[in-house]
Design a protein around this ligand. Structure first.
Ligand code: NAP
Length: 250
């Protein structure tokens, strides 16, 4: 937020569409400048930057495949040169390659691990040094309820989303004393391209499991991320917040 230290810079991976787009907009509304990373969605990332500028935020769109370490190094270099040091990192980029375990191909496993989990390692490693130096930083990883309770057909995806939780908790312990928090948002069933492919019978079965009686919106997730990114969240680290309409409460 812009309250204590002027405008801060947030990077949202996979920010061009879906949940990442809503997060970028929410952070822009809250007074952050925003670096929007995209891989394929160039046009919508550029359009988002215009919307962010209209909110008074500095914004830039940066192409990188965050599943590749070399791309991530180049991404941070070009953000540093054009916008400054990343103070808030949102590890949002993610893919699904669903299949039953006994049919899952090696590639379906490794592509999901690379896009969802390796990306968070590469980006957080790049970002953390600057955060520690500034004695202020926020990392938010977008996991999933699939990482908490599993999901048939998503052994690869669930493994990455559970992996993000262990990763975030370990990083939270390493950097808590340096003013850097690392937290996790675990969305439930959210209305985006990722879920638009689901068949009607799957959707209605999912809906029956949600006490709130509706799918979540990308904005529901963005509000939780904005809290973790704020000064108000300074004493909250290593936490997992499910944004799921009560789906996984125990
Ligand atoms: P989406 O609509 O399919 O969008 C996926 C985003 O990830 C896109 O912006 C895409 O960028 C980006 N991305 C994927 N691979 C990338 C890569 N290698 N490098 C850079 N960007 C990459 O999905 P979504 O629903 O918004 O999901 C966003 C996050 O929330 C994901 O981590 C997902 O697992 C998680 N999540 C979603 C739900 C849900 O119900 N929708 C539930 C729980 C968790 P390009 O378009 O530019 O390629």
């Amino acid at each position: 937020m812009a309250d204590k230290a002027g405008r801060r810079l947030a990077l949202v991976t996979g920010g061009g569409r879906g949940i990442g787009r809503a997060i970028a907009l929410k952070l822009g509304e809250k007074g952050f400048d925003v670096a929007v990373n995209y891989n394929n969605s160039a046009a919508s990332a550029e359009e988002l930057c215009e919307e962010l500028s209209a909110l008074g935020a500095s914004a830039g769109a940066f192409k990188a495949d965050v599943s590749k370490a070399g791309d991530v190094a180049a991404l941070f270099k070009s953000i540093e040169e054009s916008m400054g040091t990343v103070q808030v990192l949102v590890n949002n980029a993610g893919i699904t390659r669903d299949n039953l375990l006994m049919r899952m191909k090696e590639e379906e496993w490794s592509d999901v691990i690379a896009a969802n989990l390796n990306s968070a390692f590469y980006c957080t490693k790049e970002a953390i040094r600057g955060m520690v130096k500034a004695r202020w930083g926020r990392v938010v990883c977008i996991s999933s309820v699939a990482g908490l309770v599993g999901n048939a057909g998503q052994a690869n995806y669930s493994a990455t989303k559970a992996g993000l939780i262990g990763f975030a908790k370990s990083a939270a312990r390493e950097y808590a004393a340096k003013g850097v928090t690392v937290n996790v948002v675990a969305p439930g069933f959210i209305e985006t391209d990722m879920t638009s492919v689901l068949k009607e019978n799957v959707r209605s079965a999912m809906l029956r499991q949600i006490p709130s009686g509706r799918m979540g919106s990308p904005e529901d997730v963005a509000k939780a991320v904005a809290f973790f990114a704020s000064d108000e969240g300074e004493y909250v680290t290593g936490q997992v917040l499910a944004v799921d309409g009560g789906m996984t409460m125990c």
